[in-house]
Design a protein around this ligand. Structure first.
Ligand SMILES: *[C@@H]1O[C@H](CO)[C@@H](O)[C@H](O)[C@H]1NC(C)=O
Ligand SMILES: *[C@@H]1O[C@H](CO)[C@@H](O)[C@H](O)[C@H]1NC(C)=O
Ligand SMILES: *[C@@H]1O[C@H](CO)[C@@H](O)[C@H](O)[C@H]1NC(C)=O
Ligand SMILES: *[C@@H]1O[C@H](CO)[C@@H](O)[C@H](O)[C@H]1NC(C)=O
Ligand SMILES: *[C@@H]1O[C@H](CO)[C@@H](O)[C@H](O)[C@H]1NC(C)=O
Ligand SMILES: *[C@@H]1O[C@H](CO)[C@@H](O)[C@H](O)[C@H]1NC(C)=O
Ligand SMILES: *[C@@H]1O[C@H](CO)[C@@H](O)[C@H](O)[C@H]1NC(C)=O
Ligand SMILES: *[C@@H]1O[C@H](CO)[C@@H](O)[C@H](O)[C@H]1NC(C)=O
Ligand SMILES: *[C@@H]1O[C@H](CO)[C@@H](O)[C@H](O)[C@H]1NC(C)=O
Ligand SMILES: *[C@@H]1O[C@H](CO)[C@@H](O)[C@H](O)[C@H]1NC(C)=O
Ligand SMILES: *[C@@H]1O[C@H](CO)[C@@H](O)[C@H](O)[C@H]1NC(C)=O
Length: 489
């Protein structure tokens, strides 16, 4: 009936290492420095035909792409021209040896309005397709995101021919209310309701149907040459809607996801959940009799009202003979069966022989012989009203942001800012509100079992660490997923 609300979309986990002295950013001076200037401000845009304030970077929405090479030292001077504080989170970029640059509230002080701050970190031993977004105040529902590409070093070959072009695609659900209105709804204990649309690269749908799409909406067109191969890096930057991505008459050859090369397999469509990033190799091997639809449609919804919540862009060959016509290519027809989607996710395999960064030198290829040091069962439930607000709970705990970032509390030995008492198993009884942190073991391997006891899809963002999915189970009413965590040092 109703759609999910944003506060459940992302959770941040903090794994703290107690008896480790804190190290400031270590970067190797021998590796090149790459600098970016980001000016973050509101601009007015009308992606769905309704003018609204969106968050732009250097007046661009989506923001500019950071495009660097493994081991580069990256400096981003972020100038906050919003009217509220800001943190930029570099999603999937592993903050090895330090989490001071992570851009989430637990570790960093927010950048106050009208101030600037320079993030500096090394993209050590990583490759792949990632993105950045603002992590505070529901700002990411208003934009502020952009791509973050880490290329292989030139001496390390990529496991496919160099593509003819590199195209970044953002898909995500979108509300015509701005993020301060959305935040107010949640604070008033209300659900956000169904999104108003799905944007592709910050733009509304192509008018494929006059009833469903109003006139005058600017849509995204991706122009390609025939007979080439392009790398499409697709990110779901939305608030809470899982999307099915597909291109009419084309196969999507999956080649990489979030920093790992995969065994290359063709998909006609792929489910991309909030926060996920995939690289596809797209062969422009069709006859260009028309343009082709690029579609991102909501998953696991069973009402016709959701038809309006569909992102449609255009793939145009330079020799195209006409406009895209007719109905959109259909997505999977399985509203009542989530196993198709889960089996699709299971079909994605890591190409362990592909050259690339080796994110984990500890021997993660021998999964069977890993000694797991900590096991946590994390269970989420539908939002609950706590003190009049809609709040998410995890294992019976609703996280309270501390007034002092946790790492600063560690550095200055402040007591009582947080508790290292996150339960290993879900608590029973009425929920508590605490700044409750997981007590992990330094150099250990953690197994995390995520149990979804909600009626809707739920997405977790495991910030700053390398995680490997080892299994999924669907049992009546519960989705289990076990993820061992490999710390990278
Ligand atoms: C449609 O989905 C809602 C939850 O999103 C569910 O409660 C309802 O039973 C579904 N309808 C059918 C016919 O399955
Ligand atoms: C959001 O919209 C409301 C009106 O609905 C307006 O009062 C508010 O200033 C807007 N906020 C931003 C950041 O644009
Ligand atoms: C703020 O920007 C100025 C000008 O670019 C720069 O010199 C200064 O280092 C920045 N301050 C911080 C804290 O990043
Ligand atoms: C895995 O990567 C290797 C090395 O680049 C490549 O030769 C091979 O084709 C890839 N395998 C698959 C199944 O994609
Ligand atoms: C990133 O830079 C490489 C060259 O280093 C270039 O080939 C590639 O097209 C760029 N990608 C994007 C999306 O700008
Ligand atoms: C447009 O969408 C409506 C609602 O789903 C449908 O009834 C109609 O047949 C569609 N029109 C065309 C031309 O496909
Ligand atoms: C993927 O599909 C393309 C056609 O679109 C085909 O040329 C290619 O061989 C397929 N690759 C694999 C690994 O199935
Ligand atoms: C082009 O391909 C489409 C299917 O994608 C087919 O229906 C059409 O007949 C083809 N046209 C030509 C001129 O080959
Ligand atoms: C796991 O622990 C056993 C017993 O302590 C030890 O023999 C083994 O080497 C350990 N395995 C790894 C991968 O560290
Ligand atoms: C955290 O765990 C370690 C053992 O792994 C234990 O020694 C320490 O007391 C725990 N800290 C707290 C505050 O529970
Ligand atoms: C899941 O939630 C339902 C109530 O919504 C409850 O009856 C059931 O026991 C829960 N299952 C687990 C395994 O917690």
């Amino acid at each position: 009936m109703s759609s999910s609300s944003s506060s459940r979309a992302f959770f941040f986990f903090f794994f703290f290492l107690i008896n480790v002295s804190l190290l400031l950013t270590l970067s190797s001076a021998a590796d090149p420095f790459v600098s970016y200037e980001f000016e973050v401000s509101y601009i007015t845009a009308s992606p769905l035909g309704v003018p609204q304030q969106v968050i732009a970077i250097n007046n661009k929405f989506p923001g500019p792409t950071i495009n660097v090479t493994t081991n580069n030292n990256v400096a981003v001077n972020v100038r906050n021209k919003l009217d509220e504080s800001l943190l930029i989170h570099w999603s999937g970029i592993q903050q090895r040896r330090t989490s001071w640059q992570d851009g989430v509230l637990g570790t960093n002080c927010p950048i106050p309005a009208k101030w600037n701050w320079t993030y500096q970190f090394q993209v050590k031993d990583q490759i792949g397709s990632f993105f950045y977004f603002p992590s505070l105040h529901l700002q990411r529902a208003a934009g502020g995101f952009g791509g973050f590409i880490i290329n292989n070093r030139p001496i390390i070959p990529i496991p496919f021919d160099t593509p003819h072009g590199d195209i970044v695609v953002f898909i995500g659900d979108w509300y015509t209310r701005n993020h301060t209105d959305l935040r107010k709804a949640l604070d008033d204990g209300k659900d956000l309701g169904m999104p108003d649309g799905v944007l592709i690269n910050g733009k509304g749908p192509y008018r494929y149907n006059d009833t469903l799409v109003p006139d005058g909406i600017d849509y995204e067109t991706i122009e390609v040459h025939p007979g080439k191969t392009y790398r499409l890096r697709v990110h779901n930057v939305g608030v809470s809607t899982s999307l099915n991505f597909r291109i009419q008459s084309h196969n999507l050859l999956l080649a990489e996801t979030e920093g790992s090369y995969t065994v290359q397999q063709n998909y006609t469509s792929l489910d991309i959940h909030v926060g996920q990033s995939y690289s596809f190799l797209l062969s422009t091997d069709q006859n260009a009799s028309t343009d082709y639809y690029i579609v991102a449609s909501a998953r696991f919804v069973n009402e016709s009202r959701w038809q309006r919540v569909t992102g449609v862009a255009i793939l145009r060959y330079t020799n195209s003979k006409g406009k895209a016509r007719g109905p959109l290519p259909p997505g999977p027809d399985d509203q009542f069966d989530k196993t198709y989607s889960m089996n699709q996710a299971r079909s994605i395999r890591w190409n362990v022989s592909a050259s690339g960064a080796r994110p984990n030198p500890q021997g993660s290829f021998r999964y069977g012989s890993i000694n797991v040091t900590d096991i946590y069962v994390l269970k989420n439930k539908p939002l609950e009203k706590i003190n009049g607000k809609q709040r998410a709970t995890l294992s019976g705990n609703s996280f309270v942001n501390p007034s002092t970032p946790i790492r600063l509390a560690d550095q200055y030995k402040l007591k009582g800012v947080y508790k290292l008492d996150f339960p290993t198993k879900p608590l029973t009884g009425s929920p508590r509100t605490e700044t409750s942190i997981i007590n992990g073991t330094y150099r250990g391997f953690m197994e995390v079992i995520l149990q979804n006891n909600d009626t809707k899809m739920h997405t977790y963002h495991m910030s700053g660490y390398a995680f490997f999915v080892v299994g999924y189970w669907l049992i009546p009413s519960l989705l289990y997923c076990a993820i061992p965590c490999f710390r990278n040092q």
